[in-house]
Structures are given as structure tokens and as C-alpha cells.
Design a protein around this ligand. Structure first.
Ligand SMILES: [Zn+2]
Length: 173
């Protein structure tokens, strides 16, 4: 019970147009369900937003006056500024780290080291005990140097947003 009570429910789901695929990875990293659209057609994007209750993030200007669902026009082509803009525009306050696969958006699962040991680089095998993996694409995650780099990036990104609360995801297995 205690564990369930501590869990945050993230308010938003996103769809991004293809030029924002890097931003999509960062949104997944902080826990947000984010898909990359296969089409830039207004009708298609509108359908995804209304059927799946997603907010569109885009750098498209063309025809956006026709778009009837909620969207955020992203000004910058730098992913850190893009992430800041989303945080600010939607007042995002809750981040749940390493909950989703960065590649395909699926919620990650726990896996014991024994099961995947043969797939790991030697360094990871020696240094880490906890691993997660994606049931869809098979990618394995651990908290190596890339993890530290991403944390640094995130902390720099949110330093102007004191309300942001960063939590580590607790895996179901
Ligand atoms: Zn995956």
C-alpha cells in the first residue's frame, strides 16, 4: 500500500512530429508516454490527439490554425530548450525516471542479472546488479555512465523550475 501511495500519476501524454524525435526520448526518460507521429498531416495528428488524449508538440507552423486539439508550438531546435519549453508551457512538475524505453516508449520491466548476463559488456557485468529491459525491443538498461550524464543534463535543465519533483521508478517486475 505504501508503495502505491507514493507513486505519481503523470498528467499528460504526448505525440510529437518527427523533427522532435530527440525531445521524445527526453520525455520518455522523465516518464511521459510519448509517441512520434508517422505523418505530419493535420487530420491524422488531430485523430491521434483526440482518440488517445495526447497533446501535440510540433515545430510545424503550416496549417496549424486548422488544428483543433491542444498543442504546443516548440520554438527552439535545441533539445534542452525544447524540454524547458514543454516544462514551462504545461507546468510539468513530476518526472519519473527510467520508467519507459527510450526507443519505443514501452514501460520497462525488471530482469534478473542471471538472465541477461551473457548480453552485457564486461564493465556493466562487473559493476551493476540492477537491470531493466523493454519487452518490445529487448533493450537492456542499467545505471552506467550514460545514466549519470543524463541526470546531469536533467538537473541543469530543471534548475529554473523549483517545483519539479524527480522520482525514480519502482519496477513491477
Ligand atoms: Zn523498447
Amino acid at each position: 500500500m505504501e508503495e502505491a501511495a507514493s507513486r505519481i500519476k503523470l498528467l499528460y501524454k504526448f505525440v510529437v512530429t518527427s523533427e522532435l524525435s530527440r525531445l521524445a526520448r527526453w520525455l520518455r526518460l522523465i516518464g511521459y508516454d510519448t509517441i512520434i507521429s508517422t505523418s505530419n498531416k493535420i487530420d491524422f495528428l488531430h485523430r491521434i490527439c483526440s482518440l488517445q488524449s495526447r497533446i501535440l508538440l510540433t515545430r510545424m507552423k503550416h496549417s496549424m490554425y486548422l488544428f483543433k486539439s491542444k498543442y504546443v508550438y516548440i520554438d527552439s531546435d535545441k533539445h534542452q530548450d525544447q524540454l524547458k519549453q514543454v516544462i514551462k508551457a504545461l507546468n510539468l512538475t513530476d518526472f519519473i525516471l527510467f520508467r519507459r524505453c527510450l526507443i519505443c516508449n514501452r514501460i520497462l520491466s525488471n530482469i534478473t542479472k542471471e538472465k541477461i548476463e551473457h548480453l552485457l559488456p564486461d564493465k556493466a557485468k562487473m559493476r551493476f546488479q540492477q537491470f531493466t529491459y523493454c519487452k518490445k525491443c529487448g533493450r537492456i538498461y542499467w545505471k552506467g555512465t550514460h545514466y549519470e550524464t543524463m541526470l546531469d543534463f536533467l538537473h541543469t535543465t530543471v534548475q529554473d523550475y523549483p517545483n519539479v519533483h524527480i522520482e525514480q521508478y519502482t519496477y513491477d517486475g
